[in-house]
Design a protein around this ligand. Structure first.
Ligand code: C5P
Length: 233
């Protein structure tokens, strides 16, 4: 595969799923010469607030803030403005919020911040859809929401590794596809069920891979990153 060490490192987003600023900054410190993108999700953001975003950005890396916004359009728009003003690079919204909410978000983003849409969470199954009143299959619902997002200006999508091919077939290269559910061959699957290896996901067409525990719960996170980068070669 034509993907060098540096290039591969630029495609990995490490999920900082930890509770404290100290733990988060220690991981960034250990990895920032190999990894230039980190994800801050609900756990860390709820504990530490925008200060953690500023502190991580100050180290010179990029941030994907995974807040999965879903609220009335006005509230979402104001939250997107606040996120844009922090100077981060990617933010998530739930596409099930509908066209008006999506446009409210995409209409106010600034500072080159990308808005990524979440379609159906990967832990959901057909029964989850039935329970919430959706009679379509999982795959149809993913494509329906993806279309809605693209028609209303999103820059990309968070998708399971198994959705990459159909999203690429439908939308080509005009969207960024960011993919969690990644497990290197040597790591424990944990609660991820339909995972792919880093190499498989890149070959399937992912732009970025979100990797958490295989790196962050490894006894030596740098070694885990080096091993993943070697798998690309
Ligand atoms: O530790 P692990 O590699 O499973 O972490 C994956 C990260 O991606 C977590 O932060 C998780 O919240 C996120 N994620 C996911 N599946 C989705 C969306 C986000 O695992 N469908």
């Amino acid at each position: 595969m034509e993907i060098g060490m540096t290039k591969a490192g630029d495609k990995i987003i490490v999920a900082l799923d930890v509770a404290t600023k100290g733990q988060a900054l220690a991981l960034v410190e250990q990895l920032h010469d190999k990894i230039s993108f980190f994800k801050i999700g609900l756990q860390l953001y709820t504990a530490q607030g925008p200060e953690i975003v500023r502190a991580v950005l100050a180290t010179g890396v990029k941030i994907f803030l995974d807040l999965k916004l879903h609220d009335i359009p006005n509230t979402v728009a104001r939250a997107v403005e606040s996120a844009s003003s922090l100077g981060l690079q990617m933010l998530t919204i739930h596409l099930s919020g509908g066209s008006e909410m999506i446009r409210a978000a995409t209409g106010v983003r600034t500072n080159n911040m990308s808005i990524l849409g979440v379609t159906v969470l990967t832990n959901a199954n057909d029964q989850t859809l039935r329970e919430t009143g959706i009679s379509d299959t999982f795959d149809k619902q993913v494509v329906r929401l993806a279309k809605l997002g693209i028609e209303n200006g999103i820059d990309g999508m968070v998708a399971s590794p198994h959705e990459i091919k159909s999203l690429r077939a439908e939308f080509g290269d005009k969207i960024k596809i960011v993919v969690p559910g990644i497990r290197p061959s040597w790591s424990e699957p944990g609660d991820q069920k339909r995972f792919m290896t880093p190499r498989e996901a890149i070959e399937a067409g992912a732009d970025y891979l979100v990797i958490g525990r295989p790196i962050t719960a490894h006894k030596n996170p740098r070694e885990a990153v080096e091993r993943i980068l070697r798998e690309f070669q």
